[in-house]
Design a protein around this ligand. Structure first.
Ligand code: BTN
Length: 257
């Protein structure tokens, strides 16, 4: 499909939302953080066709070649009590929009990922911006692989894209509009039990499972006991300590492993 993104199509599809379309950026999150500080309104969105320095969780790189993906960052003005829910709202909205496309075996993977058939199809990168003790606001970065070809790359066998799964072209502008519609609805529930319960339900398959958590240098092996209302994963580690974690990579161990 030819590049569906034009300033005109995007602003029509997303009206009346305040938006900036920048064909090529370093990272949409960086632009959104700057815009937040300059006074962008709640819900303003930065969209890029290409990112040359896209950022993933845990300091990783996120590749967004031109024409291949959704890469966007939403400026938000939550209260300090609500800011922890941004990840939940983001992954729930992505999972919901991908469900409408009938992608097979969709799963939310704690904490920020959506998988399709066990392969990563999307990730979110929330950032809270503080001036000392004052919360300036939040930025919710979202990346969805639409037609990336991972064959022969380091992500071969680890990542997939929407079109590779459903074998037909999708229009990124329409998908973006639906994604933001669902996102608004989850963001309206920030700080509520409903949001936390919906997130926990998507992760219910992990409860009781033996997992390996990698967080920086620190590898922890244990059983998942719970996903708490603030998004924390509660683990009983192999040495029977209770641990509450907020970030890291989780691998569910195969039984007997
Ligand atoms: C992850 O799974 O590691 C999070 C990936 C988040 C990627 C998105 S793409 C749009 C926004 N801009 C960035 O630099 N990163 C996020």
């Amino acid at each position: 499909m030819q590049n569906e993104y034009t300033e005109e199509r995007l602003s029509l599809a997303l009206a009346p939302r305040t938006m900036r379309y920048i064909p090529s950026v370093g990272s949409t999150n960086d632009i959104a953080v700057k815009w937040l500080r300059e006074g962008a309104p709640d819900g303003a969105v930065v969209i890029a066709d290409e990112q040359t320095a896209g950022r993933g969780r845990l300091g990783r790189t996120w590749h967004t070649p031109p024409g291949m993906a959704l890469a966007l960052s939403v400026v938000l003005r939550p209260s300090p009590a609500q800011v922890g829910g941004l990840t939940m709202a983001g992954v729930l909205a992505i999972e919901q929009v991908l469900t409408t496309l009938n992608l097979p075996n969709l799963r939310v993977k704690w904490a920020n990922d959506v998988l399709c058939d066990g392969l990563k199809i999307s990730g979110v990168l929330p950032e809270a911006i503080w001036d000392g003790d004052t919360l300036v606001g939040g930025v919710l970065g979202m990346g969805v692989n639409i037609r990336n070809d991972f064959a022969g790359t380091v992500l071969d066998g680890l990542a997939t894209s929407v079109e590779a799964q459903i074998k037909r072209p999708v229009d990124r502008v329409s998908l973006l509009a639906v994604l933001l519609f669902h996102l608004d609805s989850w963001l309206g529930r920030l700080g509520t039990e409903m949001l936390a319960v919906a997130y926990k339900q998507k992760l219910a398959y992990m409860i009781g499972q033996p997992i390996m958590l990698t967080a920086g240098q620190d590898d922890v092996s244990g059983i998942v006991l719970d996903v708490e209302a603030d998004g924390a994963l509660v683990l009983q580690t192999d040495d029977s300590t209770l641990r509450r974690v907020y970030a890291g990579d989780v691998t569910v161990k195969k039984s007997g492993a």
